[in-house]
Design a protein around this ligand. Structure first.
Ligand SMILES: NC(=O)c1ccc[n+]([C@@H]2O[C@H](COP(=O)([O-])OP(=O)(O)OC[C@H]3O[C@@H](n4cnc5c(N)ncnc54)[C@H](O)[C@@H]3O)[C@@H](O)[C@H]2O)c1
Length: 245
């Protein structure tokens, strides 16, 4: 399947990394179903891409099984096939464990982690048919932490494990990989020299840094021998030892 005909579902596509991935895949000639809870953001995405008919949107919650099933049905209705799913939607709650409600703990798990289970469950048969791929968006927070981020880190570590677990279960037809981005400036926030300096490459990441890697990992011709892996995309931040002086 060439990039031109490939149909990909991208979740969390209304902003940030998901938006960059969706625009890159469409720009390369592919077709994308963009899913998000943010209907206004999806409408904006639709106007940002030039290729009519190549991007359709679906407003829904990745943590709701019925929405995931409807999203997959919508992709099949529009495109007739599903070659790839990018499970990118994510949320973070920075709350001390002593204060985080059990409900909020579960919400983060449901959105960040369970979505990938739901998409594997409902899109698995179509992905097998298409000899397709899944890409899970983890984080370098799977491997290191700041305080009060337990729920987020647990989900991102879970995605590292889910990527190899699903890669085994869906083989040989479907490849499943994850990306673990580091600091990606999705809001265009003004950064200090010290922010850039803590990266080996001398700069904070941009959404397109992840989108390029996603495009490569989804491409069965270029990345056909890569599955079950998590690719760290962090400008070397997690390879740099920092001693306070
Ligand atoms: N920005 C970073 O530095 C960074 C680093 C590592 C990993 N990540 C991961 O990258 C992914 C994208 O994050 P981002 O930085 O682009 O953030 P973002 O907030 O800009 O985008 C996240 C998108 O997900 C959507 N979303 C949230 N909950 C949803 C739900 N239940 N159903 C459907 N859509 C939902 C939001 O509306 C939003 O459009 C997340 O999984 C995040 O954890 C980001």
């Amino acid at each position: 399947m060439s990039k031109t005909d490939r149909c990909t579902i991208v979740t969390g596509a209304a902003s940030g990394i998901g938006r960059a991935i969706a625009l890159r895949l469409v720009g390369e000639g592919g077709r994308v179903l963009a899913m998000d809870t943010d209907a206004a953001g999806l409408a904006d995405l639709e106007t940002a891409q030039a290729e009519a008919g190549r991007l359709v949107t679906f407003t829904g919650d990745v943590a709701k099984e019925a929405d995931v099933a409807s999203c997959i049905a919508a992709a099949l209705r529009h495109f007739g096939r599903i070659d790839a799913v990018v499970c990118n939607a994510g949320i973070m709650k920075r709350v001390p464990a002593t204060e985080l409600s059990y409900e909020d703990w579960h919400r983060v798990l449901d959105v960040n982690l369970s979505q990938s289970f739901l998409f594997a469950k409902h899109a698995g048969p179509e992905l097998r048919k298409a000899k397709g791929a899944m890409l899970l968006v983890s984080s370098t927070r799977a491997f290191m932490s700041e305080a009060d981020t337990e729920s987020y880190s647990a989900t991102k570590g879970g995605l590292f494990a889910l990527a190899h677990s699903l890669a085994v279960s869906l083989s040989p037809e479907v490849r499943v990989n994850a990306v673990a981005p580091g600091w990606i400036n999705v809001s265009g926030e003004e950064l200090r020299p010290v922010d850039h300096a803590q990266h080996l490459v001398g700069r904070v990441g941009e959404p397109d840094d992840v989108a390029h890697a996603a495009s490569f990992l989804l491409d069965g011709e270029k990345a056909g021998f890569i599955t079950g892996q998590t690719l760290v995309i962090d400008g070397g931040m997690t390879r740099k030892m920092i001693y306070a002086h």
